[in-house]
Design a protein around this ligand. Structure first.
Ligand SMILES: Cc1cn([C@H]2C[C@H](O)[C@@H](COP(=O)(O)OP(=O)(O)O[C@H]3O[C@@H](C)C(=O)[C@@H](O)[C@H]3O)O2)c(=O)[nH]c1=O
Length: 182
């Protein structure tokens, strides 16, 4: 696996190293030693998956407030997504910057999302499945979010929004958040 830095401090794109043969392909998706050497987390407490039926669906932009901030390792195992992360760490050189990454069953890239980032994605195909590891347990009282179309970030979503949860459509704008809400 190859670890590539991104425009956002500590966020890492991980390319798998595939071994192909007549049966198909093998690759490690997680390797404790390599993650440790790359300075990435090695303790994951949940593995989650979601499916989304329609192209254009948005989930996000989500985070958990301190002290429950989560690191996430995202992979799209069916279809294609644009995965977007926003650095919300006030002490970071990339504070308030965002970047999008195409993750698909074709490229098999994984994205490490550091604690303190907001995370979300838009499906670019129908029938998408995403799986991710997280470093903290789900803590509903610590759930937070910022609106996917917050003008502060002006994320360039590639498709019109076809489907979004009521919760995600109603997250506040970043401007209105108290610093303790992060
Ligand atoms: C995230 C989560 C949700 N749930 C429940 C709550 C709710 O009833 C149902 C669906 O939850 P949500 O609507 O929050 O699911 P979803 O919008 O897919 O939430 C996910 O979105 C992506 C973008 C992320 O970054 C994830 O960390 C997570 O926040 O599942 C759990 O039981 N455990 C969990 O870890």
């Amino acid at each position: 696996m190859h670890f590539q830095s991104t425009s956002l401090s500590d966020a890492t794109l991980i390319e798998l190293q595939p071994f192909g043969d007549q049966r198909g392909m093998f690759a490690r998706t997680y390797c404790r030693d390599k993650f440790m050497a790359a300075g990435l987390p090695t303790e994951w407490v949940q593995q989650n998956m979601s499916t989304s039926a329609n192209r254009g669906t948005i989930r996000g932009m989500h985070f958990q407030r301190a002290p429950h901030r989560e690191g996430k390792l995202i992979r799209c195992v069916r279809g294609t997504i644009l995965d977007v992360i926003i650095d919300l760490r006030a002490d970071s050189p990339s504070y308030l910057q965002h970047e999008g990454f195409e993750l698909s069953d074709g490229n098999k890239h994984q994205l490490f999302v550091p604690p303190g980032f907001a995370h979300g994605f838009q499906t670019l195909t129908d029938d998408v499945e995403v799986t991710y590891l997280v470093t903290e347990r789900y803590t509903p009282l610590a759930e937070g979010g910022v609106r996917y179309n917050d003008p502060q970030f002006a994320i360039d979503w590639p498709l019109p929004v076809s489907t979004i949860s009521d919760k995600d459509a109603a997250w506040p704008l970043f401007d209105s958040l108290h610093p303790l809400a992060l």
